[in-house]
Design a protein around this ligand. Structure first.
Ligand code: CMC
Length: 428
């Protein structure tokens, strides 16, 4: 027999259904609560609110488990390619060879962006943050593909928008970087795979080819997979809520990019490196910075530490830490920031403040060191996160639209002034 939750309000008992997910997660279904009782629930920051039922990503924050469509993140990061994972997230299954070839060649057909878009770049100041440029550019794609505005177009037409987005985001991201240096844009090369092509557009110069190092390609592939989805976080929930108004996919993903930019979310990877550099330049006294992070009067926080859902360890951080050692060793890079990061992690993990609050390194703690080692400039770190998260945003948008979820519209408890008379200006 299915479980029932009982709630007593004003002396009356109401029964609410309990639903259970495929990994035994349980939820009280309150969708009829207001209708039945006149009450709503309140949960600032949505710490206890399930906004949807989803079959894309499962995570267990206590056990440190992360699965995409049932496959463990450890296996995918070790064995899969980023396009395979994108296909898995978006279409629900790992592709066979033919499906993968079709998927990759369809993406390759759309890697160029309209020449007119190049003029937009020129209008940005050279020091413009690439996340601001990227979100505007992605939103602008809707103006070049007006057919994407129709929410009722065919599955085939929707797929075309999805493939265009997967193809053009790397081009626009790399060009945002090139533009920041006022260097010439490098056009996509379709003989390269997804990661190779991105590195080529980032680092090649018109006068010389970029040597695509397989160590760097493999590190990038792993990082993108680790960031590809993370269920209902800030940017993904933004994507679902913007998409629920039937806004086009380009604007929807652009909103996700903006949400990701914040330092408490994807922007943390840039903040981590800046923090490690600050500690390094300050003489490397890790204890001093740990004390600062614990001081409630001091706004400083250990960036790359703590997570809303992981309260034991972030499985992505474990994989990245190992990859970080590996990549630096293979590339022969000796970065003093890695030693500081390791020391910081050790001190914090042994400290009662961090232990009692279950604060552990998250995905962003070591990713920046790898990005730095492979030549990605600090300001581009969050763009790299966006590049990785793109298939997840698309998958979540697709699931939400296919399930015909209603427009997102939370309620509130009003705590402002009650009704009062307008006072003329002369009497105030
Ligand atoms: N350094 C010092 N203290 C911290 C930190 C930190 N990084 N994170 C949390 N705390 C403390 C916080 O002050 C609070 O203490 P108290 O209970 O005494 O008031 C307690 O731990 C709980 O923190 P919270 O802010 O209520 O927790 P939250 O779940 O709302 O926030 C978080 C999660 C990730 C925003 C937060 O841990 C944080 O700001 N971390 C640093 C930023 C960061 O690394 N963000 C990347 C997250 S992973 C990438 C992604 O998916 O976006």
């Amino acid at each position: 027999m299915s479980e029932i939750a009982k709630i007593e309000l004003d002396g009356k008992v109401y029964e609410l259904p309990v639903i259970e997910g495929s990994e035994n997660e349980k939820a009280i279904d309150i969708s009829k609560l207001r209708e039945l009782t006149g009450y709503i629930t309140i949960d600032t920051g949505y710490k206890n609110t399930g906004a949807t039922k989803s079959s894309i990503t499962f995570l267990d924050g206590e056990l440190g488990i992360l699965h995409y469509r049932g496959y463990s993140i450890e296996q995918l990061a070790e064995k899969a390619s980023f396009p395979e994972v994108a296909h898995l997230l978006i279409y629900g299954e790992l592709p066979n060879q033919t499906e993968l070839n079709d998927f990759e060649s369809s993406i390759k057909k759309h890697t160029l962006v309209h020449e007119d878009m190049k003029q937009f770049f020129e209008a940005y100041p050279a020091q413009a943050h690439p996340m601001g440029v990227l979100s505007s550019m992605i939103s602008s794609l809707a103006t070049f593909y007006p057919e994407s505005l129709d929410p009722n177009r065919s599955t085939e037409a929707k797929n075309l928008t999805v493939h265009r987005l997967l193809a053009k985001l790397p081009t626009l991201a790399a060009w945002a970087y090139k533009n920041s240096m006022r260097h010439k844009f490098m056009y996509p090369r379709n003989n390269y795979n997804y990661c190779e092509n991105f590195l080529h557009m980032m680092f090649a110069m018109p006068t010389e080819d970029y040597h695509v190092d397989p160590i760097i390609v493999s590190a990038l592939n792993k990082l993108l997979i680790l960031h590809a989805d993370h269920e209902q976080n800030c940017s993904t929930s933004t994507v679902r809520i913007v998409g629920s108004s039937q806004a086009n996919l380009y604007s929807t993903v652009s909103a996700g990019i903006s949400a990701l930019w914040g330092p408490l979310h994807g922007g943390a990877n840039q903040e981590v490196i800046e923090m490690l550099e600050q500690i390094h330049n300050d003489g490397g006294n890790v204890d001093k910075w740990v004390l600062k992070a614990k001081d409630k009067e001091d706004p400083f926080r250990l960036m790359g530490f703590g997570h809303r859902v992981y309260k034991n360890f972030d499985p992505r951080a474990n994989i990245i830490k190992k990859a970080c050692d590996d990549v630096l060793q293979k590339l022969g890079v000796n970065d003093p920031l890695l030693a500081i990061a390791k020391k910081l992690e050790k001190v914090a993990l042994e400290d009662e403040y961090f232990k009692s609050r279950n604060l552990y390194p998250n995905v962003d703690f070591y990713s920046g060191i790898i990005y730095k080692a492979i030549g990605i400039p600090t300001e581009m770190f969050t763009v790299m996160f966006a590049l990785g998260r793109l298939p997840g945003w698309i998958a979540q948008w697709k699931e939400m639209t296919e399930n015909k979820e209603p427009i997102g519209r939370p309620r509130q408890v009003y705590i402002g002034k009650t009704s009062r008379e307008y006072v003329p200006l002369s009497k105030r």
